[in-house]
Design a protein. Structure first.
Length: 241
């Protein structure tokens, strides 16, 4: 049996609203799941809407200055290629043979994904194709923004009736970006899951929280501290398949 493979989708957006500041994907939210998965011989392929270079949020580099796992991921020549040479989503969308080798699709966060992934028709279609194929759909922090508008073949929202987590309103307030992001993720997730589902969060802001639903096929994490645990949850599910 060959080792499982995971398709990671990063943002192609690098501007933080109208602040004039840069953004992108959050370093530790890819570095820590990568460390977990790679250590278990899981192969990761990285894609983005536009393909090519995907920008790391500079603030996440600063936040991880004492995080050896993140620094190794950022500076290693082998891992740098993952985000400097991402493959365009168009290579995978509508191409069953291209997604067949993958057991899961995973969306790291950062504020960049809030701007492009919720409105990317290719990203939404790819999630639907992974879901319809019985694969795992996972996301952490702002990554679940990629899932809020995904509709299934019957027109219903993927998240309706599901249990999920993601970056909370309290956490967004604490980083001072509640007025900058296009929407508050906690609010949008609550809207998507509707009354039949539920939004869960840690007892306090920045606590570790991972929610596994749909028999292990839907995995979401609340914030950067939850990234490693999301990687562990993905690994647990795909190695049992």
């Amino acid at each position: 049996m060959s080792a499982p493979k995971v398709l990671v989708v990063l943002t192609s957006h690098d501007k933080l609203g109208d602040t004039g500041k840069p953004t992108g994907w959050y370093l530790s939210e890819l570095a820590h799941p990568y460390d977990v998965l790679n250590s278990a011989s899981v192969s990761l392929t990285v894609a983005s809407p536009a393909g090519g270079h995907s920008t790391v949020d500079p603030s996440s580099i600063d936040a991880a200055k004492d995080d050896q796992i993140s620094q190794n991921f950022l500076n290693s020549e082998s891992t740098k290629l993952l985000f400097e040479q991402t493959r365009p989503l168009s290579e995978f969308v509508g191409n069953p043979s291209a997604i067949a080798p993958f057991a899961a699709i995973f969306f790291p966060g950062g504020h960049g994904p809030m701007f492009d992934l919720p409105v990317s028709s290719e990203s939404q279609q790819l999630v639907r194709e992974f879901w319809d194929a019985g694969k795992v759909v996972a996301a952490v922090c702002h990554g679940p923004a990629a899932l809020v508008n995904v509709k299934l073949g019957d027109g219903s929202l993927l998240l309706k009736g599901r249990k999920v987590t993601g970056f909370t309103n309290e956490e967004e307030d604490q980083v001072g970006l509640s007025k900058v992001v296009p929407f508050l993720l906690e609010d949008k997730l609550k809207e998507a899951v509707a009354t039949e589902g539920g939004f869960e969060k840690a007892e306090s802001a920045w606590g570790v929280k991972v929610v596994v639903d749909a028999g292990g096929r839907l995995i979401t994490g609340q914030n950067p501290p939850s990234a490693k645990a999301v990687g562990e949850a993905i690994l647990k599910v795909i190695t049992l398949q």
